[in-house]
Ligand binder design. Sequence first.
Ligand code: CA
Length: 223
Amino acid sequence: MSQLSMRKSEGQIRLVLVEDYKLIRIGLRMVLNGDPEIEVVGEAESGLHGLQLVRDLNPQLVILDLGLPDIDGFELTREIRKINRDIRILVLTSHDTEEEVLQALSAGANAYCLKDIVSDRLIEVVKSVCDGAIWLDPRVASRALQVFSESANKRALYNRMALTDREREVLRLIVEGMSNSQIAKALGISLHTSKAHVCSILQKLSVQDRMQAAVKAVQQSLV
Ligand code: CA
C-alpha cells in the first residue's frame, strides 16, 4: 500500500458536493480529492439529489451552491439539518449580500465561501470546519456581523421602550439589590404598587425572577 492510500484510509473527511454547474463540480472534485485527508464520496447536480446522497452516504461535510435548479441551497441546508444536526455544511456561492449570508447561517450553514476562493484556502476551510470551526469569507463577514449587531441593538432598544419610565426606575433599584418594600419606600409608593411594577417588569423582559431581570438589565443596558 502506498503512503498516499494509507493516509487516505484513516481519519478522512467524507464529503458530498452539490453544484449544478458541471465544470465547477469537476474542478472542485479534482482540487479536494488532491488532498490526502479529503475524499469526495458523492456529487449531485440538484438539491433533491444532494439530499438523497446525504441520506445514503452520511458524509461528514456537504459543500453546496445556493442557486440550484430545484430546491435552493437555503432549503437544502434546512433539510440536511433535519436529517443530521452534526453534519457540517459549507456554502460555496457567488452571492455576496449580507441577507444571503445571514439566511444561510440561520438555516444552519457552518461556513460561507465565495466561489473565487483559492483552492488551498478552500481545503483549509473544509478541514477547520470539520474540526468544529465556523468560517465566513472576510469579504462578507464584516457586513454580516454589522447586521447582527444592529439587530441586537434594536432588540435592546425595543426592550427599553417596552418599559415605562417608572418601571425603568424600579428596574434600576432591582439592579441595586433592593427588596419590594425598600423600592416602595425609596419611591414613596405602596408595597402593592411596587410589587405590581416588579411583576410587570419580569413579564416584559421574559424572565423568571428579579436576579434574571437584573442580569438582563445590565447585559442589555436597559437602565
Ligand atoms: Ca448554481
